[in-house]
Design a protein around this ligand. Structure first.
Ligand code: ZN
Length: 467
């Protein structure tokens, strides 16, 4: 019944999740360099010809090949989860395409894909999840499945699943249209639930920017973005840093009011803004000046060994570490090394502990980005005759990156806006919208010129804009 090209929805979703995980493997994992023998040579993988001739069983031969690539030890020792020790688009990254090809080729008599191959999709996904968690990272956002979405829309109205989705006044129905991952979730009525514990502000932020769900069958908690068009979904209980991080950076669906709310909430808890509070409370006149002078002042703070003094000291220290990482482009993972912990212990005479890298990655850096962004926009709003420059490029992880900078009349350039991702098609219209968004951050009346290297889409976008 199914043609070769049609895999069951369940398998398509499994492959999509695997691809998403492969793309989001922690950057701490090495990528094999040119000339190095990769651990996972999936781009050039061929079933072993001798084994195939002997057994005349291609799936069996592939199975043996995979086992020897991932190592026999995996199944006999430890937790039985495949260790993923390298990343890279053409190595481990190529495994999803390879498995998809074989899944389309091998089906059982009822048209279902081969169970051995499906198991490999699942096992490698579990391995990736473990590798991501091991490095203290959050699992990626569960992807929206365009193919499934298209099929759903193509289906007739008689379909009984469809009738549930048709009701657009139901907030759950709207979300189910974004992807099947919402299918088994129901809304949690958050207004009835009073969030106890410290930080009433935390609950306010979550209430405004997040939606809580519960899995109908398992009862597990989930949370997602408040924007109805946004498919961002995370498992577990909603946390302020996680919600703010999504709202201030990757979300493209939030209303301007909600985004501004997110930026100001996030900026308020940044190290930079806490630094200004420390500065303001200090009696010295010098405290009002620049950050670098502030950091020097920490000598006097270090003599205060009360709890409050320690917190202040830690803030100043973490602020310096954050600047070191961001300005010098250092991988935050070094902060988890024994050498770094020793350095902090010696430098602070064991009075302070080294802050782990995920605190910087998940909170400090994104909060500071909001803080700096807010300050930049405030500053640019005082300027006129600004020039907007923008450019596109690729990251090593194969994502597209677009950046927009604003340059003032006295030639100071400020980073204004950026985009990273592959989920949208970056045509002239998209680039035009990106430019408009960048300009609207400050206000069109502040800009006098627009400039780029005029390649392809950018050039066309300028033409669209000129119109
Ligand atoms: Zn969102």
């Amino acid at each position: 019944m199914d043609s070769d090209e049609n895999l069951p929805t369940k398998i398509i979703q499994k492959l999509l999740w695997l691809r998403t995980l492969l793309k989001n493997l922690p950057s701490a994992l090495p990528t094999p360099q040119r000339g190095e023998i990769p651990k996972y040579p999936f781009e050039t993988f061929r079933p072993d010809a001798a084994h195939l001739q002997k057994t005349e069983d291609e799936v069996g031969t592939i199975n043996e090949g995979f086992k020897s690539i991932f190592g026999w030890k995996t199944w006999t020792t430890g937790d039985g989860i495949i260790p993923i020790e390298e990343r890279g688009k053409h190595r481990i990254g190529a495994v999803a395409d390879l498995l998809e090809r074989y899944l389309k080729k091998y089906k059982d008599s009822s048209g279902q894909p081969n169970a051995v191959l499906v198991k490999w999709v699942e096992d490698i996904s579990t391995g990736c999840e473990k590798a991501i968690k091991k490095h203290g990272k959050e699992l990626p956002d569960i992807p929206v499945d365009n193919q499934v979405l298209k099929r759903k829309h193509a289906k007739g109205k008689g379909d009984r699943d469809e009738s549930r989705d048709e009701d657009t006044s139901d907030p759950m129905g709207k979300r189910r249209k974004l992807g099947s991952k919402f299918d088994d979730l129901c809304l949690v009525n958050s207004s009835r639930k009073v969030v106890a514990g410290p930080g009433r502000k935390e609950s306010d932020i979550i209430k405004r920017l997040a939606i809580k769900y519960q899995h109908k069958i398992t009862g597990d908690p989930y949370f997602g973005c408040v924007a109805e068009q946004c498919s961002w979904l995370q498992s577990g209980n909603a946390s302020k840093p996680c919600v703010l991080k999504h709202a201030t950076t990757p979300c493209k669906h939030l209303s301007d009011e909600d985004r501004n709310f997110a930026f100001s909430s996030s900026a308020g808890s940044s190290l930079g803004s806490r630094m200004s509070v420390i500065a303001a409370s200090s009696e010295t006149a010098a405290a009002r000046s620049t950050d670098s002078q502030l950091s020097l002042k920490s000598g006097s703070v270090s003599l205060d060994f009360t709890q409050a003094g320690k917190e202040e000291w830690q803030t100043v220290l973490d602020f310096c570490i954050m600047k070191l990482i961001c300005v010098q482009g250092i991988v935050p993972n070094i902060l988890d090394s024994d050498e770094w912990r020793e350095f902090i212990a010696v430098a602070t005479k064991n009075k302070l502990k080294a802050t782990p890298s995920d605190a910087f990655e998940e909170r400090h850096i994104s909060n500071e980005a909001s803080h700096v962004h807010k300050a930049t926009v405030e500053l640019l709003k005082k300027e006129f005759n600004l020039t907007l420059t923008f450019d596109g490029g690729d990251t090593r992880g194969q994502d597209s990156v677009y950046t927009a900078h604003a340059t003032t009349a006295d030639r100071k350039t400020y980073f204004l806006h950026s985009y990273e991702g592959t989920d949208e098609h970056h045509d002239a219209n998209w680039v035009k919208n990106f430019i408009f968004q960048s300009i609207d951050l400050v206000g069109p009346e502040h800009f006098a010129a627009l400039c780029s290297d005029n390649t392809g889409e950018d050039g066309q976008a300028i033409k669209v804009r000129e119109k």
